[in-house]
Design a binder for this molecule. Structure first.
Ligand SMILES: [Zn+2]
Length: 330
């Protein structure tokens, strides 16, 4: 399904459904000028996404010899089909930090690093083993090693007269980037700002305080004039003040979450992160914590850890690691 969402420049949105995923769909935006087209993100590497994406591109009649692809961040729902574009000779643009992460010699080492941290933080080993099975991020990822022009903060994507700037907004992933059109004041926000769901902020091997990175990135974007924002999932963002309003809400959400997690640690000193995760409120189809499927526990654990890391760095709580297991206390 293709919808025109902006007229100057012309921007279309291809809705790519994400089956059995709470995000529901990925919004693939296509910026079209008389000279060049820019596609933003791809969908998972699974047949349902591939057919929706290419049907949309066909409907738009894009000339691929004048088209580029930009990937906002490394997550598989955004990058899964990148090779479809590589094979058709489309140049790929991506932030250097996430590209480095994806092109690393062995992805298994990276997952192993995360699993080791989760293990030390009390995540049950049987849950660790099971969570990979339902984790779409692993199942539908692109093969590593695709070629890309890597961008640093402020890097431009060649679109002839249209100024399109990539801004580094770490937090959701270490190398997440948004695209900003300064003349038109348009923001393509990837997963940095979502309007009817909250972007997941997890922990990463190379990012010691991803929540702090995220909050700083929200502040940086808040300084830009924004007429309309285009989120990668769900709806929202088209009214002139929507992005700034949403940034306030997202900051308030994390402030509240930090307080809830601080109180959970204060009430039960020497809890593991996993125990803390079980005590805070989640909205997983109204299920109690004990009934969360393993991959949902993995997400909840990542989110809890990013908040615990933040509180630890602020010295509001301390992290004590003994015999390979970490606990927290105020
Ligand atoms: Zn994402």
């Amino acid at each position: 399904m293709v919808e025109q969402v902006w007229s100057s420049p012309t921007v279309h949105c291809i809705k790519v459904g994400l089956p059995q995923n709470p995000l529901r769909n990925l919004n693939v935006y296509v910026i079209c000028t008389p000279e060049r087209n820019l596609v933003i993100d791809t969908g998972f590497r699974r047949p349902e996404c591939r057919s929706a994406l290419w049907e949309g591109i066909g409907e738009l009649g894009l000339d691929l010899s004048r088209t580029s692809l930009f990937l906002t961040h490394l997550h598989s729902d955004h990058t899964g089909l990148v090779w479809d574009f590589v094979e058709r000779g489309v140049p790929i643009y991506m932030g250097r930090v996430d590209w480095d992460y994806l092109s690393g010699s062995d992805q298994r080492i990276k997952w192993a690093g995360m699993e080791e941290r989760f293990g030390r933080e009390g995540f049950p080993p049987e849950c660790l083993a099971q969570q990979g099975e339902g984790n779409q991020a692993r199942l539908y990822a692109a093969a590593p090693g695709f070629p890309a022009v890597t961008l640093e903060h402020g890097g431009r994507i060649p679109m002839e007269d249209l100024e399109v700037t990539a801004l580094h907004t770490p937090g959701h992933t270490p190398g997440h980037m948004v695209l900003y059109l300064p003349q038109e004041q348009l923001l393509f926000c990837g997963d940095h700002i979502l309007f009817d769901i909250t972007p997941n902020i997890s922990v990463w091997n190379q990012a010691p305080n991803s929540l702090k990175d995220y909050l700083n990135s929200l502040d940086a974007i808040d300084e830009l004039p924004i007429r309309a924002a285009f989120p990668a999932h769900r709806a929202g963002g088209r009214e002139p003040d929507a992005a700034h309003r949403r940034i306030k809400e997202l900051k308030a959400h994390h402030a509240k979450r930090l307080e809830e997690i601080y109180q959970a640690v204060a009430a039960a000193p020497d809890s593991t992160a996993y125990q803390v995760a079980g005590k805070i409120t989640w909205s997983v189809r109204g299920l109690p914590w004990e009934e969360f499927p393993p991959h949902q526990r993995w997400f909840a654990m990542g989110e809890t850890l990013s908040h615990l890391d933040y509180l630890t760095e602020e010295k509001r709580i301390s992290r004590i690691e003994q015999a390979g297991c970490a606990v927290y206390r105020v």
